[in-house]
Design a protein around this ligand. Structure first.
Ligand SMILES: Nc1nc2c(c(=O)[nH]1)N[C@H]1C(S)=C(S)[C@@H](COP(=O)(O)O)O[C@H]1N2
Ligand SMILES: [Mo]
Length: 435
């Protein structure tokens, strides 16, 4: 199941270029996990993948200690209520916490999405292990190519500014705006943040480990505990990534906003996969399988695909890029004064550079352009914008913002339904009360 003869230098539209959406859909749709049949419910059976994770947990990678982990959420950093909305093992950023901030989201308010809990890892004994058929000599799991934390710090570093956003960000609006039932964390718009990430290009580590031209997929895996879904152990959090994307702009990041990666965001090292679905950004990475055939895990088969009417039983192709979104830097149901004022917000897109933001203060009947800042910032971050507003009177109002990127992608009035509530990209109606 080779997908191309030159995966290292893919051409757009070529089968090797799995960073191209159309190609990805075409190639991935034709592939299924080897030896795995569809169950009666049409879901992929993943017992093989879970077994692999469980076996590795015991054999290859020492378990991190869980001391210091706050029992309630499993999150280490403080979660003051003025900055965060609790969401089980996760913490959502309140958008009003971005008001007056610079381009970056400070770590103290950056959202946390943990499947389980933040592990405490000792960087002195931590090793990144690479193994698999996509490396020269096909090093087995038991004798992987290893990198220490010091090894990575000694390699050529790169810095990028990029958002990380949960695929389910804004999921709650499927229900509150569209009346649809979806499963998953009921995020509003705060499962997103922009940081400056510094680290080693994944391409450099792959080359040093002996990447072969036949390699097509990598599978980075976290050192947090096994994920158990309704009694079923799915193993460690891990999600396949095409080698083509891995070589393009992915970082093994050890710094966030100029300081060592905090425990909750992946210390000692995490992947940063610009523009892609949040789950691709594996935290606390312990090992990376590199394979000369497509790889599968629950995180690209039973999750992070579109399911529901209009999709095949096994779902769409695995989701790759995030979509276009906008948020006001205001609390939900914000009390606002009945005088002229300036509204602030931010827009971002995984498919291109945000070129235009329009705001409507009359429920979507009329739209006016917002004034953009950050026009020259990294397209993988976001743009801040401002919109002068003179409320027409006291009472409830709905504020709407819609962005368009340079590919023409924009925000529709409604988002196409999918059962797991991914990629809500419609315009959000933000209620405020003027008095
Ligand atoms: N090992 C590991 N990596 C992980 C996760 C996790 O639970 N475990 N969550 C993923 C998901 S779903 C998201 S959205 C991002 C969130 O990154 P953050 O917590 O730094 O904001 O991390 C991803 N990486
Ligand atoms: Mo996520």
């Amino acid at each position: 199941m080779r997908t191309g003869d030159t995966p290292h230098r893919p051409q757009p539209g070529h089968d090797g270029d799995l960073t191209d959406e159309a190609t990805y859909q075409r190639v991935r749709a034709a592939q299924a996990p080897a030896g795995q049949a569809l169950s009666r419910r049409g879901m992929l059976r993943l017992s093989a993948g879970a077994g692999l994770g469980a076996a590795l947990g015991a054999a290859a990678v020492p378990r991190p200690a869980f001391a210091d982990t706050a029992p309630a959420t499993g999150i280490v950093k403080p979660l003051p209520p003025e900055l965060f909305i609790p969401q089980g093992t996760n913490a959502e950023m309140r958008w009003e916490a971005m008001r007056g901030q610079g381009h970056l989201t400070p770590v103290d308010r950056f959202f946390v999405r943990n499947h389980i809990a933040t592990p405490r890892i000792d960087a002195r004994t931590w090793r990144l292990k690479l193994w698999g058929t996509g490396l020269h000599g096909a090093p087995p799991e038991e004798r992987p190519v290893e990198f220490s934390y010091e090894d990575l710090l000694g390699m050529r570093a790169e810095t990028i500014t990029s958002f990380i956003e949960c695929t389910g960000n804004a999921r709650s609006f499927y229900t509150s705006q569209q009346g649809q039932q979806v499963s998953g964390t009921a995020w509003k718009l705060g499962a997103v943040g922009v940081a400056r990430w510094r680290g080693v290009p994944l391409s450099a580590v792959l080359e040093r480990a002996g990447l072969t031209p036949e390699a097509v997929d990598i599978l980075p895996r976290g050192l947090d505990a096994d994920f158990v879904d309704k009694g079923e152990n799915l193993g460690r959090v891990r999600r396949p990534l095409p080698v083509a994307k891995a070589l393009k702009d992915v970082l093994l990041a050890y710094e966030m906003n100029g300081a060592p990666l905090p425990p909750d965001h992946g210390f000692p090292v995490r992947l940063v996969v610009p523009s892609w679905v949040g789950v691709a950004n594996i935290k606390w990475v312990g090992d990376i399988q590199v394979a000369d055939e497509p790889l599968f895990s629950p995180w690209n088969t039973r999750y992070y695909r579109f399911f529901g009417p209009g999709y095949p039983p096994e779902g769409s192709a695995p989701l790759t890029r995030m979509n276009v979104k906008s948020a006001f830097e205001l609390p939900w149901d914000a009390p606002l004064p009945a005088r002229p004022q300036v509204l602030h917000g931010r827009s971002w897109s995984g498919t291109g550079r945000v070129k235009k933001v329009e705001v409507s203060v009359d429920g979507g009947r009329t739209w006016r352009h917002a004034r953009l800042r950050d026009r020259h910032a990294d397209a993988r971050g976001w743009v801040r914008w401002e919109f002068p507003w003179r409320p027409d009177g006291p009472g409830g109002h709905e504020l709407l913002a819609r962005a368009t990127d340079d590919t023409g992608a924009s925000q529709p009035a409604t988002a196409p339904y999918n059962t797991l509530g991914y990629l809500f990209g419609a315009v959000v109606r933000h209620p405020v009360t003027v008095s």
